[in-house]
Design a protein around this ligand. Structure first.
Ligand SMILES: [Fe+2]
Ligand SMILES: [Fe+2]
Length: 313
C-alpha cells in the first residue's frame, strides 16, 4: 500500500498488522503511541510517592490502584506500538531510561506536595480523557483497541482526582489556600497539555491525514476548557489572571496562547528542561534496579521452577 492509498482508506480502526503499510505511516504511528506509552509510565512514577503520603487507607488503596493502572496502560501501549514493526518494547523502555524517549510536558515537573495530586489526577487525567476518547477511533486498530480499556479505567482516575480536590477545597483554610497555590502553578502546564496551537504543531497534518489523530490540539483544548473551567470554579478555585482567558462570541473559552511559556515547553519537548532530567534519571534507576528480573526472564537456560540468580549486590 502506498501513502496515497492509506490516506484514501484512512478511517476508524481501518489498519491492522495484516495490512502492508508504508514506513511513513508505521513510523508516525510508532512515534505517537510510544509518546503515549512513555507518558503513562512517567505519570505513574510521578504519582507513586503519594501512595504512602495519602492521608487514609482508602486514599492509599485508590492511589495504589491508579498507579498500577497507569503502568498497565504503558505496557498495553508498548505492545500496540510493537505491532507496527518499527521498535520493540525493550528498545522503547531503554530509550525512555536513557533520555531519548519523549513524553508529556506535565510529567517533567516534579510533584512534591499532596495538594498537587488533583492537578494531575483530576485536571491532567481529565485532559487525557478528552484526547483518549477520540483515539478510540484512530486508524491503527491495536491502538484503538488498547484505548477501550484505557478509557474505561481513566474514568475512575478522574473521579478519584475529583474527590481529592473536593475534599481539599472543603477542608481547612490552609488546605484551600495551598490547593489554590498548586492550581496556579499547574494551570499553565495543564493548558499546554494539548501541545502548541495548530499552526505551530509539527506532526498534526500528517497524523490527521492518515487517520491517526481525530481531533486537532486546538479543538481538544477548547473542549477541555469548556468543561474544566466551570468545574474548577465549582470547587472554589480561582482561575489565575495569566494566561488570560475569555469567552468568545460563541460562549467558548479562549486562551491567549502568547501568555504561555512556549520556550519552556519546547525545551521540555527536547528532554532538556533541568528539573525534568531528575524525572528521567529516576526512571533510569528504577529500570536498573529490576534489570536482574528482565535478565532472568530472557535467559532460556532457567529450568522451570528454577531459582532466580542472586542480585549483584
Ligand atoms: Fe493512563
Ligand atoms: Fe490516568
Amino acid at each position: 500500500m502506498d501513502i496515497e492509498e492509506v490516506k484514501e482508506r484512512a478511517g476508524p480502526r481501518e489498519f491492522s498488522p495484516a495490512d502492508d503499510l508504508p514506513e511513513e505511516y508505521r513510523k508516525a504511528a510508532t512515534r505517537m503511541i510510544e509518546f503515549h506509552a512513555n507518558s503513562e509510565i512517567m505519570g505513574a512514577y510521578l504519582e507513586r510517592p503519594f501512595i504512602r503520603q495519602a492521608p487514609s487507607i482508602d486514599r492509599k488503596l485508590a492511589f495504589s490502584a491508579k498507579v498500577q493502572d497507569e503502568i498497565g496502560h504503558g505496557q498495553l501501549l508498548y505492545r500496540a506500538a510493537e505491532t507496527l514493526g518499527v521498535k520493540t518494547r525493550e528498545e522503547m523502555l531503554d530509550d525512555l531510561a536513557n533520555g531519548k524517549g519523549k513524553f508529556l510536558n506535565c510529567f517533567h515537573y516534579p510533584m512534591t506536595e499532596y495538594v498537587e495530586t488533583p492537578m494531575v489526577a483530576f485536571f491532567v487525567d481529565g485532559a487525557a480523557m478528552r484526547r483518549q476518547a477520540t483515539l478510540r477511533r484512530t486508524s491503527w486498530e491495536p491502538y484503538a483497541h488498547a484505548m477501550d480499556k484505557v478509557c474505561f479505567e481513566e474514568g475512575f482516575h478522574v473521579k478519584h482526582g475529583e474527590d481529592i480536590l473536593r475534599t481539599l477545597m472543603n477542608g481547612s483554610r490552609k488546605e484551600q489556600q495551598l490547593t489554590q497555590e498548586a492550581f496556579e502553578e499547574w494551570w499553565p502546564r495543564i493548558i499546554q497539555f494539548f501541545g502548541p496551537t495548530d499552526d505551530k504543531s509539527t506532526h498534526h497534518d500528517f497524523a490527521a491525514s492518515v487517520g491517526l489523530k481525530q481531533k486537532s490540539n486546538d479543538e481538544l483544548r477548547q473542549a477541555f476548557l469548556d468543561q474544566y473551567v466551570p468545574k474548577a470554579r465549582k470547587y472554589g478555585l480561582e482561575i489565575p489572571d495569566y494566561p488570560r482567558i475569555h469567552k468568545n462570541d460563541e460562549g467558548r473559552w479562549v486562551v491567549e496562547e502568547d501568555d504561555l511559556d512556549w520556550d519552556e515547553f519546547f525545551t521540555i519537548a527536547k528532554n532538556e528542561y533541568e528539573p525534568g532530567v531528575g524525572q528521567i534519571d529516576g526512571r533510569k534507576h528504577a529500570q536498573e534496579a529490576v534489570q536482574w528480573v528482565r535478565d532472568t526472564i530472557e535467559a532460556d537456560n532457567v529450568p522451570a521452577g528454577g531459582q532466580p540468580p542472586q542480585a549483584a549486590d
